[in-house]
Design a protein around this ligand. Structure first.
Ligand code: NAP
Length: 298
C-alpha cells in the first residue's frame, strides 16, 4: 500500500502556481508523445517548480510559436516530427552534435535566444556502453532521421565500420555525402538491401532504425529469421522501436540467442539528458524509466 502511494506521488505533476516554469514538447501531432509522462514524473520526484506540457504546433506556425515561447518565458522544449530540422534556422546556436546529425531534438534558452542540441546520441549509446566496440562493425537498417543519431553514436563508440542499408538510392547517396562537415571521422559505407547476405555475417551490432514492426503493425520485421541467422552468434540486435515489446525483430534475435535491446532505454536516456540540460541538475533516470514502463504496460 505504501509503495502504491509513493508511485502515485511520483506520477503527479508538481503543484502549479504563479511561479511555475514551463517546459514542453512541440510536434504535429504531439498527443501521442510519451515525454510528458517521463518528465512530469521526474519533476514531481525532484519537487522542482516546473511543468512539462504537450504543445501542438503546425509547421506553418513554427516561427510564431517560437517567438511566443520566448515572450512567455518558456525554459526549454523537446522537438518531435516534423520540426527537428525546420527549427534549425530559428536558433541562435547549435551544439556540435546537433550540427553533425543535422537535427535538433532539445531546445534551451540562451542570452541571445534559443540554442539547439540533440540528445538522441546519448540515448542510443547508453545501453551499449557496457562493452568495447573498438574495431567492431555496425549494420544499420534505414537512413532516416534516427539513423543519423545512430551513425554518430556508433562513431563515438569506436566502431571501425558503420554500414547503412537503405532502399532509395538517391536518399542513400545524399545520406552518404552529408557527413563531409562532421567534426569527427565517420567510417561509413552505404548499401542496398540486396547487399545484406554479404553484410550480415560481419555485423557485431545490427540496428533497426526503420519503423517496420512498430505498433500497430507489430507482426512485421525488417528482416526474416532466415536472414538474421547469418549474423555472428555473439551479435546484438538493437531495435529503436519501443512498442510493442519485444518487437518481432527482437523476438527473432532472442530465438537465435542473440543479444536484444529495445528502444525504451534510448527514449528514457535522451529525455533525461534533455531535462538535466534544462534544470542544470542531475535527474532521476530510474523514476523516468518506471513512469514510462508503467505507461507502456497499460
Ligand atoms: P524516418 O526519418 O521516417 O526514417 C525511417 C527510415 O526507415 C527511412 O530510411 C525509410 O526509408 C526507412 N523505411 C521506412 N519504411 C521502410 C520499409 N518498409 N522498408 C525499408 N525501409 C523502410 O523515421 P525516424 O525518425 O528515423 O524513426 C525511425 C524509427 O525509429 C521509428 O520507429 C521511431 O519510433 C524510432 N525512434 C525511436 C527513438 C527512441 O528513442 N527509441 C528515437 C527516434 C526514433 P525511405 O526514406 O526510403 O522511406
Amino acid at each position: 500500500m505504501v509503495s502504491d502511494v509513493s508511485k502515485l506521488r511520483d506520477s503527479v505533476p508538481a503543484a502549479i502556481s504563479g511561479t511555475t516554469k514551463l517546459l514542453g514538447v512541440i510536434g504535429d501531432p504531439v498527443r501521442h508523445s510519451l515525454s510528458p509522462v517521463m518528465h512530469n514524473a521526474a519533476i514531481a520526484h525532484l519537487g522542482v517548480d516546473y511543468v512539462y506540457l504537450p504543445l501542438p504546433v503546425k509547421p506553418e506556425d513554427l516561427g510564431v510559436a517560437i517567438a511566443g515561447f520566448a515572450a512567455i518565458g518558456l525554459e526549454g522544449f523537446s522537438i518531435t516530427i516534423p520540426h527537428k530540422q525546420a527549427i534549425m534556422p530559428l536558433l541562435s546556436e547549435m551544439t556540435e552534435i546537433a550540427t553533425a546529425i543535422g537535427a535538433v531534438n532539445t531546445v534551451y534558452r540562451t542570452a541571445q535566444g534559443w540554442g539547439g542540441t540533440n540528445t538522441d546520441v546519448v540515448g542510443f549509446v547508453a545501453p551499449l556502453r557496457s562493452q568495447s566496440w573498438q574495431g567492431a562493425t555496425a549494420l544499420v537498417l534505414g537512413n532516416g532521421g534516427a539513423a543519423r543519431a545512430v551513425v554518430v553514436g556508433c562513431a563515438q563508440l569506436g566502431f571501425a565500420q558503420i554500414q547503412v542499408v537503405g532502399r532509395d538510392p538517391d536518399k542513400l547517396q545524399a545520406f552518404s555525402q552529408s557527413w563531409s562537415q562532421a567534426p569527427f571521422p565517420i567510417p561509413l559505407t552505404v548499401h542496398s538491401w540486396e547487399d545484406l547476405p554479404l553484410l550480415l555475417p560481419q555485423a557485431n551490432l545490427l540496428v533497426n532504425t526503420t519503423p517496420v514492426g512498430m505498433a500497430p503493425k507489430g507482426d512485421r520485421a525488417p528482416l526474416s529469421l532466415g536472414e538474421m541467422e547469418r549474423l555472428p552468434e555473439d551479435a546484438i540486435a538493437y531495435d529503436l522501436i519501443y512498442t510493442p515489446r519485444p518487437t518481432l525483430f527482437l523476438q527473432q534475435a532472442q530465438q537465435l540467442r542473440l543479444g536484444a535491446i529495445d528502444g525504451v532505454e534510448m527514449l528514457v536516456q535522451q529525455g533525461a539528458e534533455a531535462l538535466a540540460q534544462w534544470l542544470q541538475q542531475p535527474v532521476p533516470v530510474e523514476v523516468m524509466r518506471t513512469a514510462l514502463l508503467n505507461h507502456l504496460n497499460h
